[in-house]
Design a protein around this ligand. Structure first.
Ligand code: ADP
Length: 478
């Protein structure tokens, strides 16, 4: 295990990786962590499914492996390709399985379970053919959570059983449940180990990953605590496995998320020029979306789902505009539950000039909004880590957050000593409107706002600390 100390080889396996394919924070993390691990002198590699994304067509690839294996009775051929220029700062491998993975979207197909199962089988099959072994296999969320089981319990992969595995849980709501009738899709495995696959009479890939991985991490300490009493059915498991679990806060990729160089922005700025810089970006956004430049701009960016409390936004916005008065602007960017999308679109008409929304996923606009906004609203019910609040602070935008998960670990209310954000206890309409009221009041205190902006832009949310914590964890497995 000498190698563990000098330079480890870490294989990350995931469903998302920015800028190749991203649906949320998972993509950001898998796009950044390996880069920082490499900068610390290790060899981190990433493997993900070959979707038909823009990145695929715009880059150069070489075939590194071709083989075939089976998903139950279905024999399939797979090809592993590697991006040939090391563009992302780490080796990126994509797994092509014709007809199954090569689709435009990352998720949302009826056969997602089979798609990710075939992906995992191909990865382990390929890994089994390597001449050497990586020092750690690090999997992320339920899409890749069966890999530790396959490495330890599938007869064909016995030579992989001593490779340490780590699972990071970015979101425990989704667990990838499979009926037991699908157990034949997993490559021949030791039937005595059925208990590792099972949770509440179904195959539960996330639960299986938690049981089989050598170490479990969640993306913040508070989230790990919360999972013991609220994890969509896995509460007891998180309690049983607490001895091998720890929280490591995500970082942000400060190369991608830097208002001084961000290629999505028309006007760049730094800590020194933050006030003029934000004003210039706000002007552009207010002009584009017909909002009032004089009033504070409060934005929401994210998935329009229950976890983010997006369902509360329409009522909270209407109440704020009614009770507090038209003293602020709201701008929403997101996609998700159709009825929430519909409600948020319907608010455009009655509140023209104070409210606007863009339904859909738009990376460029998200950067522009982080730069233009005065406040970023995140009334989440569940927030494993949350990256938006860290991006917003990097761009000098004051976060308004519920005290939950990673939000609790990263934002301190401006009413407390050394505080800089707006925090509230519960995701409830009344608490959101009260937070909006506090934002409007704070906005009137120009000097205070300027000081907070400068302060939050200088907080260190980079990967430097967290990347080291992962390396310490891997080293503990030697
Ligand atoms: P989650 O992974 O739960 O969705 P995170 O806060 O960890 O939440 O990460 C969300 C990421 O997705 C951020 O980079 C955010 O800017 C981005 N994002 C979410 N919704 C959109 C959208 N509609 N358009 C552009 N970016 C989005």
């Amino acid at each position: 295990m000498q190698q563990l100390i000098t330079g480890m080889e870490i294989l990350h396996v995931a469903a998302e990786c920015y800028p190749v394919a991203k649906a949320g924070g998972l993509g950001d993390v898998v796009g950044a962590l390996p880069k920082y691990q490499n900068m610390l002198g290790h060899i981190a590699k990433v493997v993900l499914p070959m979707y038909r994304t823009k990145f695929l067509y715009e880059n150069n690839w070489e075939v590194v492996h071709k083989s075939g294996t089976s998903l139950g009775n279905w024999w399939f051929e797979y090809t592993i390709i590697r991006e040939s220029t090391n563009k992302l700062g780490f080796d990126l491998y994509l797994v092509d399985i014709n007809g199954l993975l090569d689709r435009e979207k990352v998720y949302g197909y009826d056969d997602d379970n089979e798609r990710f199962l075939a992906f995992q089988i191909a990865v382990v099959h390929w890994l089994n053919s390597w001449q050497h072994k990586p020092d750690v296999v690090h999997v992320h969320d339920h899409h890749t959570a069966l890999i530790p089981f396959m490495m330890q319990s599938c007869y064909d992969f016995q030579r992989l059983r001593n490779i340490p595995t780590v699972i990071t849980i970015h979101n425990a709501q989704y667990q990838g449940w499979l009926g037991w009738e699908k157990s034949n899709l997993i490559p021949r495995w030791d039937g005595w180990n059925w208990g590792l696959l099972d949770w509440n009479k179904a195959i539960n890939p996330l639960a299986c990953g938690i049981k089989c991985a050598w170490k479990v991490t969640t993306v913040s300490n508070s989230y790990l605590e919360e999972l013991r009493y609220n994890s969509n059915g896995l509460e007891a498991l998180f309690e049983y496995e607490r001895g091998k679990s720890s929280g490591i806060l995500n970082g942000i990729d400060t190369d991608v998320w830097d208002p001084a160089t961000d290629t999505y922005l028309d006007k760049h700025y730094s800590v020194k020029t933050v006030d003029e810089g934000k004003q210039a970006n706000k002007e552009i956004v207010c002009r584009t979306f017909n909002l009032d430049i004089e009033k504070p701009l409060i934005v929401f960016i994210g998935r329009l789902v229950g976890e983010k409390a997006a369902d509360l936004l329409p009522r909270a916005i209407e109440d704020a505009l009614f009770y507090i008065g038209r003293k602020m602007n709201f701008m929403i960017l997101g996609s998700g539950e159709p009825h929430v999308e519909h409600q948020l679109s319907s608010l455009q008409n009655p509140y023209v000039g104070y409210y606007n929304s863009q339904i859909g996923y738009n990376e460029k606009l998200s950067h522009q909004l982080y730069a233009a906004a005065d406040f970023l609203l995140m009334p989440s019910r569940v927030e494993p880590c949350g990256l938006n609040q860290m991006y917003s602070m990097r761009y000098g935008t004051i976060p308004m957050v519920t005290k939950t998960g990673g939000l609790k670990d990263t934002v301190k209310d401006f009413g407390e000593p050394q505080g800089y954000g707006i925090c509230f206890d519960h995701p409830a309409v009344g608490e959101i409107t009260h937070a909006v009221y506090r934002a409007v009041e704070l906005y009137q205190q120009e000097t205070k706002v300027k000081n907070i902006r400068k302060k939050i832009m200088q907080l260190d949310f980079s990967w430097n600390t967290s990347a080291k914590k992962y390396l310490d964890l891997y080293e503990s497995l030697s």
